[in-house]
Design a protein around this ligand. Sequence first.
Ligand SMILES: [Zn+2]
Length: 210
Amino acid sequence: MPATSGRGHTHRAASEDEASEAAALATLHVIARLWRDDVRTDSGCTIQWAPSPERDPAPEVEHHFMTATVFTIGYEARDASGLISDLAAAGVAVLVDVRELPLSRRRGFSKTALRAAVEDAGMAYVHERAVGNPKPFRDAWKAGDTATGAAGYVAHLHNGSKANVDALARRVAEGGVCLMCVENDPSECHRSLLVDALRERLDGLQVEHL
Ligand SMILES: [Zn+2]
């Protein structure tokens, strides 16, 4: 049997000596998987796999079926103590800071101070720069070109930060995670698009904007 790994694009052709009906079938299986990728890809830049007993294990994106809740929060309309009390009231265990730059002129919202306050309240703080919105897309968004800003950020999630989104999805699946950014309205913030990327990985994911 030729080795297959990942989603199948690195299969090794069987040598002539090893050629057998089983090897031919395995190769067809790989081709079928690649073909299915094409069919399933709607954005041209991401591929999702649902678990299936007849396919190989270790899909490129693990697809979970679960009912965890991910919280999101924006701090612009809160002070630091209000943020902490809202997180605690919701039962948040891990605050994931999704700002690209975890800095603020507002007291208590830069990374060091925020981490200290969150940890003092018995929660964990994690800064995930890789899922922040890079400045060019943030600037486009702020300038009113939300289509360019959103498309750029989604591409960023699907390409350079894909492994980080996968890791974040695993963390979210454990429950108690809150994504934090600036904007009070999640529809004005890249975290809504990040939630969409998490939903692609976590079927049934509940979302609660605090
Ligand atoms: Zn934001």
